[in-house]
Design a protein around this ligand. Structure first.
Ligand code: SF4
Ligand code: SF4
Length: 184
């Protein structure tokens, strides 16, 4: 018996006090995806990359807004969303206590206004994504103010109207892709 007690004392504690005490997670632990709607531009890259369809982008029936949605019940904590996000709006946190009373509490959503085409008025692309693309061009400093204004007209015009009004340029950005594929 004495031998056993000695061995136990030598080994030390093999268990943790959780949940009586908080559990320290290892570095790089992949827990709940944390989302920052302020930083999100609703580009849809995370929804395209999500292997379990936990992330989705859907267009409102009226076409005037796009909803970003995360359903934690489907998340497999793979971190693909974090890898592809161009604005670091989503990243996996150490949070692992994810139980809820109601299934609805596993959903997180954010709505983004959609820009109407300047020519035909049809809902075209998420306004925040257009603004983000233009802000990158502005930061780059390669374009003058008038060129930036012209670029805004291009980006806020749908592909059909661009063709009709000769606004298609060789460096166009395919901004409205998920509005076409995800429309409900
Ligand atoms: S961690 Fe993986 S499964 Fe979860 S939301 Fe991100 S991409 Fe989807
Ligand atoms: S990839 Fe990032 S910016 Fe794009 S929709 Fe997802 S969270 Fe938002």
């Amino acid at each position: 018996m004495l031998k056993l007690i000695k061995k136990v004392l030598k080994t030390g504690e093999a268990t943790v006090a959780y949940p009586a005490e908080p559990l320290a997670m290892v570095a790089n632990f992949r827990g709940k995806p944390e989302y920052n709607a302020q930083q999100c531009i609703a580009c849809g890259a995370c929804a395209n990359a999500c292997p379990s369809n936990a992330l989705t982008m859907t267009t409102a029936e009226a076409g005037d807004s796009v909803r970003w949605s995360l359903f934690l019940g489907r998340c497999i904590f793979c971190a693909r969303c974090e890898e592809v996000c161009p604005t670091a709006a989503i990243s996996l946190s150490p949070a692992f206590e994810l139980s809820v009373w109601k299934k609805e509490d596993l959903y997180e959503t954010a709505d983004f206004p959609v820009c109407a085409c300047r020519q035909c008025g049809k809902p075209y692309a998420v306004q925040k994504e257009i603004d983000f693309a233009l802000s990158l061009l502005q930061e780059n400093g390669a374009l003058s103010d008038s060129q930036l204004a012209a670029r805004r007209v291009q980006y806020e015009t749908c592909p059909e109207c661009k063709k009709m009004h000769g606004l298609t340029s060789s460096d166009r950005i395919d901004i409205g892709r998920h509005l076409v594929t995800e429309a409900c």
